[in-house]
Design a binder for this molecule. Structure first.
Ligand code: NAP
Length: 318
C-alpha cells in the first residue's frame, strides 16, 4: 500500500510507517500546493494531513484508491466530509491528547492579556521602560472574581474550567446542547443563552469547532453586546471571529483586548493590523504545541491510519 504525508512527522512515526507502506512525503512548500497534492494523491491508499491542508472535493475525487484520511489535529473543518463519505473514505483525528495543552495555552493567554505580560516584554525590548513601580504604571486587572464566559463546553472548554477555578473565576457557558445538570454542578458552571454570555463575560473564550454555524459568530454586532472592559480569547479556529470586525471593535474600544492563537488566514504577516495593537496578544497557532502532546498526536495519527487501512476500528474516527 502507498501513503502520502503532506509533511514529515516525528522519526518514530516515520519508521513505523516505513515498515508497512511505500511512503510519499511532501518536503516542499507548506501547505502542499493543491496542484501537486492532486497529482500525488491519485494512487495512494492513505493520506496523512494537517489542519492547514484543504482537503476538498476536487482533491478527494482525484484519489482513485484512497481509503483513509488521518489528520494530525482535532479540528477536521479542512476536510470535505461529504465528499469523503460519498467515496466511503474513513477519517481519523486526534481529540483528547491535545485537550490539556490547548487549555493551558488558553489560560496563558488570559493571564498574559490581563496582566500585560508580553506588552511589558515588548516595552522593555523597545527600550521603553521608564517608570518603576508607580501606582498606575503598567497596571492590569485581577482574574479573581471576574466572569469567564466559555462558548463551547466540550473537551477543551471543560479543561479550561478546571484550570480557571484555581484563579477564582466564576464560569458561565453556552453550547447548543446544555450539559446534564449533574455535570454542571460538578464543574461549577452556569448555562446561559448566547446573548447573556456576551453581556456577562469579562473574559470570553471560544472553544467551538469551526463549522457553517460558527462562521463569524463573533462579529461587530455580537462584540457590541460585550462589556467595554471585556477581552476575547480564541484558541479554536480563526474564522469563528470576523477579524476585520475585531480590529474595528478594538480600535473603537468596543472591547478592551484580544488574545488569539488562530487567525482567518495563517500565517499572518508582521503588517497585519493586529500586530500594531498593544492590547492584543498573538500566538502562532500553538494550542497543541508541547513536545509531549505533539508526539502523542503523531502516535494517534499513524495508529488511526494503520487501523483504518487494516479495516479495523480507529482509535478516533470522525
Ligand atoms: P469538542 O469536544 O467537540 O467541543 C466542542 C464544543 O462546542 C461542544 O461543547 C459543542 O456543543 C460546542 N458547539 C458546537 N457548535 C456550537 C455552536 N454553534 N454554538 C455553541 N457551541 C457549539 O471539541 P474540543 O476538543 O473541545 O475542540 C474544540 C475546537 O478547538 C476544535 O474543533 C479545534 O478546531 C480547536 N482546537 C484548536 C487548537 C489550537 O491549536 N489552537 C488545538 C486543539 C483544538 P454542542 O454541539 O452541544 O453545541
Amino acid at each position: 500500500m502507498q501513503i502520502l504525508l503532506t509533511r514529515r512527522l516525528h522519526d518514530f512515526a516515520m519508521k513505523e510507517l516505513q515498515k508497512r507502506y511505500k511512503i510519499v512525503v511532501h518536503d516542499g512548500k507548506i501547505p502542499m500546493p493543491k496542484k501537486i497534492l492532486i497529482e500525488k494523491i491519485k494512487n495512494v491508499d492513505g493520506l496523512i494531513c494537517f489542519p492547514y491542508d484543504t482537503i476538498d472535493r476536487k482533491i478527494i475525487d482525484s484519489a482513485k484508491n484512497l481509503q483513509v484520511i488521518s489528520t494530525y489535529s482535532v479540528g477536521y473543518d479542512h476536510i470535505d466530509l461529504d465528499a469523503a463519505k460519498r467515496k466511503n473514505i474513513k477519517i481519523g483525528y486526534t481529540p483528547d491528547v491535545l485537550t490539556g495543552a490547548t487549555a493551558d495555552l488558553t489560560i496563558g493567554l488570559i493571564l498574559d492579556l490581563m496582566r500585560r505580560i508580553t506588552e511589558g516584554d515588548r516595552l522593555i525590548r523597545a527600550g521603553g521602560w521608564r517608570q518603576i513601580f508607580g501606582p498606575h504604571d503598567y497596571v492590569g486587572v485581577d482574574l479573581e472574581g471576574k466572569t469567564l464566559g466559555i462558548l463551547g463546553m466540550g473537551r477543551i472548554g471543560q479543561a479550561v474550567v478546571k484550570r480557571a477555578k484555581g484563579f477564582g473565576l466564576s464560569i458561565q457557558y453556552h453550547t447548543r446542547t446544555r450539559l446534564p445538570k449533574s455535570q454542571e454542578r460538578k464543574l461549577g458552571i452556569k448555562y446561559v443563552r448566547f446573548n447573556d454570555l456576551l453581556k456577562n463575560s469579562d473574559i470570553l473564550s471560544i472553544h467551538t469547532p469551526y463549522r457553517k454555524e460558527t462562521h463569524h459568530i463573533m462579529n461587530l454586532k455580537t462584540m457590541k453586546k460585550m462589556k467595554k472592559s471585556a477581552i476575547l480569547i480564541n484558541t479554536a479556529r480563526g474564522k469563528i471571529i470576523n477579524e476585520k470586525d475585531l480590529v474595528r471593535a478594538l480600535e473603537a474600544k468596543i472591547i478592551a483586548g484580544a488574545a488569539l492563537d488562530v487567525f482567518e488566514k495563517e500565517p499572518i504577516g508582521k503588517n497585519h493590523k493586529l500586530t500594531r495593537m498593544q492590547n492584543v496578544v498573538l500566538a502562532p497557532h500553538i494550542g497543541s504545541s508541547s513536545a509531549e502532546t505533539r508526539a502523542k498526536m503523531a502516535q494517534i495519527t499513524i495508529q488511526n491510519l494503520i487501523l483504518g487501512l487494516e479495516k479495523k476500528k480507529m482509535i478516533y474516527s470522525v
